[in-house]
Design a protein around this ligand. Structure first.
Ligand SMILES: N[C@@H](CCC(=O)N[C@@H](CS)C(=O)NCC(=O)O)C(=O)O
Length: 228
């Protein structure tokens, strides 16, 4: 099995966590974003769109992270002993797709303009939408130690890369009052699949963008206080 991926790419990281959870040995080609965009021949052979992650399993070529994860689940079994129980399975599928269709997009809509330094007239509104999403996930963590059920599942492989990336960009979940999310990311920091796949260059360093988010939250808080 050969995985083409990029360090810290959310869809790549999700596949890496799944493979690590299952203890699957695989070869890999690690690209930078510039290399992916330059459409390397080896990647194009597996994925004509030249995107990561892409997977070669013998003579099977597969791309699109959700397709890869579904393929891997069928091959190696779902994560977590209780996940085949229909209610747990339904929750894992629903919440996994909630991340793909809401959480990641809402978080990116807020964070991306700040990080890239674009002026965004809707920044406060996007931040409020992001906070609503965080409240939803904080609520899910009231019911269990993991985001979909009592065991580590596919949904955890989906959301943890988002959460560690948001933290890297300066979101302080604890300071914002999301104590369950804060505890959840702290608890999982030492999980072997997270240790193994965590971007090594992030360790002991801070993102050059992290203070932009902190400054924005300060500005937003002042604006809200001024409204009262
Ligand atoms: N929907 C795809 C997204 C894959 C994707 O866009 N990956 C990015 C890296 S995070 C990429 O390959 N970008 C290359 C480019 O933009 O040309 C998936 O879930 O796998």
């Amino acid at each position: 099995m050969h995985l083409f991926y990029r360090v810290s790419s959310l869809p790549s990281w999700r596949v890496q966590i799944f493979l690590s959870e299952k203890g699957v040995q695989y070869d890999s080609t690690v690209y930078t974003i510039a290399e992916v965009k330059s459409k390397p021949e080896a990647l194009l052979k597996v994925n004509p769109r030249s995107r990561v992650p892409s997977l070669k399993d013998g003579d099977v070529d597969i791309y699109e992270s959700m397709a890869i994860l579904t393929y891997l689940e069928q091959k190696f079994g779902a994560l977590g002993p209780s996940i085949t129980e229909p209610k747990a399975r339904a929750r894992v599928l629903t919440r996994t797709h909630e991340i793909l269709n809401y959480f990641t997009d809402v978080a990116a809509a807020f964070v991306r303009p700040l990080v890239t330094g674009q002026k965004d007239a809707d920044a406060f509104k996007k931040y409020e939408e992001f906070v609503v999403e965080l409240k939803t996930w904080e609520g899910y963590l009231n019911d269990a130690n993991y985001v979909a059920c009592s065991d580590f599942s596919l949904t955890d492989t989906m959301i943890l890369p988002d959460l560690y990336t948001l933290e890297r960009f300066g979101i302080d979940f604890e300071a914002l009052g999301f104590h369950k999310i804060h505890d959840y990311i702290e608890r999982n920091r030492s999980r072997p699949s997270i240790v193994e796949t965590f971007p090594k260059e992030w360790l002991g360093t801070t993102s050059p963008h992290s203070n932009k988010i902190a400054l924005f939250v300060e500005e937003y808080t002042k604006y809200k206080n001024g409204q009262q």
